[in-house]
Design a protein around this ligand. Structure first.
Ligand SMILES: [Zn+2]
Length: 115
């Protein structure tokens, strides 16, 4: 059982980051983060975890029937950030700069991530 007052750790993955998928069908794939869902703690990663959606044709909306391929959500615990500095997958640490801004840094090489 989960504690109700349990505060989830802040997500270290943001839109536009490059991540590597560590488990599941898309294991080993590296791609750009397309979207982040902090509530569900999931991300969608470019070209990873493709789900096929079957759509019915709807001529009035100009929708052709068929199979639509789309990135599916992957839980954040199944992906790791790829560091732009050392090129390796890493867990990001949070560092507070002397001026008070919080940045994410690579725990391997201390490169600061943008944004
Ligand atoms: Zn690094």
């Amino acid at each position: 059982m989960r504690e109700l007052n349990e505060k989830p750790a802040p997500l270290t993955i943001r839109n536009g980051d490059t991540v590597k998928v560590m488990t599941g069908r898309s294991k080993g794939k590296t791609g750009k983060v397309l979207s982040v869902n902090p509530a569900k703690r999931t991300v969608t990663v470019e070209h990873a975890s493709i789900i096929k959606k079957h759509t019915r044709p709807n001529p009035s909306k100009n929708i052709k029937g068929g199979i639509l391929e789309k990135e599916g959500p992957i839980h954040v615990s199944n992906v790791l950030l790829v560091c732009p500095g050392c090129g390796k997958h890493t867990r990001a640490g949070h560092t507070t700069l002397p001026d008070g801004t919080k940045v994410r840094t690579c725990r391997r090489c201390n490169t600061t991530f943008e944004n």
